[in-house]
Unconditional design. Sequence first.
Length: 256
Amino acid sequence: MMTKIPQFDSILKLKLTGSMAHFRKFYTNASSLSYSIPPRTAISGLIASILMLPRDSYYDILSSENLGVAIRIVPGSEMRKQFFTTNYVGNEKLINDVSGHKQCRLELLLPAPGEKLQWLVYLGIRQDIPELQELENRIKNQNLGYDVYLGQRQFRAGIELVSIYTQDSFCRISESGYVDSALRKEQISKLDTSEFRINIERMPLEQALETKGKKSFRRSVRFGDLVFESSGKRLTGTFSDLIEIQDSSKSRISFL
């Protein structure tokens, strides 16, 4: 059974690219490990940067009720992870004082030689959210506000608008035999594994700003165990609560 999705007026299909990336896993400390795909929280931060929303001001605006986010590795992409050692310095006076440096192992996502990291990002947009009304034109015109980064500011990214789907071009699927994007583990009833390179990573999905006394801090309020195919192949099995897009391949995605 398929029904239209009332909460989103359109879906933007974006292509996100870059030479390297680091999406820090929330449970790492001395060695900074990286996720293989940008978490939903990273995509929210990227959108906030394009819209020039102040730091920590956008968690409610870009909540899952207002912004749908689905992520897929571009089919055929190859990426690897590699550790580098980074020197951190407390202040500029210590730059030439090696004893004041703190070394940290940093895991980076790197593409295959001569290629780029590539993800497809689908954004479900509600037009009654004023801040989201200009997002389409900003990306189309490459007016990217504070610019776009892949996890850290030194990892510049490119973003382009691939397609726009109006409300009559997508619908909800209660059960499906395939899926094209990352999805939450609980959406899987059966998963075919023989022909796929399957990853599962626990990621933060949503954040909120909390205040204690005079201090405010960011806290992750929703997590998920996300399953995805590491080369972007379509997964087969039995899956629930997906979105079907009326494109040439009938793509089915999951808003995280």
